[in-house]
Design a protein around this ligand. Structure first.
Ligand SMILES: Nc1ncnc2c1ncn2[C@@H]1O[C@H](COP(=O)(O)OP(=O)(O)O)[C@@H](O)[C@H]1O
Ligand SMILES: Nc1ccn([C@H]2C[C@H](O)[C@@H](COP(=O)(O)OP(=O)(O)O)O2)c(=O)n1
Ligand SMILES: [Mg+2]
Length: 235
């Protein structure tokens, strides 16, 4: 059973980034749906565990995905799974794929889907929660298709933080977390990869009516006030 939350449609930002204009994404006709997993009248806890509520959180490097996920977790209690963090943990745990992941991240490219989907699947399966934010994934159509095949479900909703390139570069270069990919050369490559491989994913979910495009400019709190109604309506 699906229920449309019509009043939320105007919350979708109408601003278009330069990249989106280039590829002509029609991202404004967004709709948001709630699914049975958040309806207490349908299904017990075990049903929800088997069929969790999943939000993909997308946007270019430095668009504020991680920052906003932290706020969503604090306010709404979803579990935050950052694909980048899961991959970085693999590097530091000296797993067999560690050096391949490190080199891929250093080059600003995308790690093979098989590796990333396996990490996400394990994180979902070992969690006690039934509602997830999957941050920085899928970054390509290959990622998306692999996830949907392995997990056997689509995300319920998709957030896209729309931020100008110049602002994203500024934020990444000031991030100061000691990340190997937060340098100007890798950032340039990541922006290219974002435009070529991630925008088609965003366009896909826009066409499916699952996309929330959020204006990613302004203060962290201002942006969160644009995000809040999305999750408030799902309660
Ligand atoms: N609205 C904002 N204005 C200024 N700086 C921000 C804002 N949101 C996040 N930041 C900072 O920008 C950097 C990148 O944010 P982050 O959440 O890590 O982005 P992403 O996960 O999309 O790469 C971080 O240092 C963060 O503290
Ligand atoms: N689905 C993903 C997510 C991240 N990666 C790799 C490639 C990305 O540039 C790095 C860092 O990702 P992360 O989401 O932490 O980066 P940002 O938060 O966007 O700055 O990890 C990947 O290969 N596949
Ligand atoms: Mg991040």
């Amino acid at each position: 059973m699906w229920r449309r939350v019509a009043s939320l449609s105007p919350l979708v930002s109408s601003s278009k980034s330069r990249i989106l204009n280039q590829v002509g994404c029609g991202l404004n006709a967004c709709q948001v749906f709630t699914t049975r997993v958040l309806n207490p009248a349908e299904g017990g806890v075990s049903d929800r565990r088997r069929n969790p509520f999943v939000t993909f959180v997308l946007g270019g490097p430095g668009s504020g995905k991680g920052t906003q996920c932290t706020k969503i977790v604090e306010t709404f209690g979803l579990t935050h799974l950052s694909a980048g963090d899961l991959l970085r943990k693999e590097i530091s745990s000296n797993s067999e794929n560690g050096s391949m992941i490190l080199n891929t991240i250093k080059e600003g490219k995308i790690v093979p889907s098989e590796v990333t989907v396996k990490l996400i699947k394990k994180a979902i399966e070992t969690s006690e929660n039934d509602r997830f934010l999957i941050d920085g994934f899928p970054r390509s159509e290959e990622n998306r298709i692999a996830y949907e095949r392995v997990i056997g479900a689509e995300p319920d909703i998709v957030l896209f933080f729309d931020c100008p390139e110049q602002e994203m570069v500024k934020r990444v270069l000031n991030r100061n977390q000691g990340r190997i990919d937060d340098n100007i050369d890798t950032v340039k490559e990541r922006l290219k990869v974002f435009a070529e491989l991630n925008l088609p994913v965003i366009k896909h979910y826009s066409k499916k009516g699952k996309l929330y495009k959020i204006d990613g400019t302004g203060s962290e709190d201002e942006i969160f006030e644009r995000v809040r109604p999305v999750f408030a309506a799902l309660r």
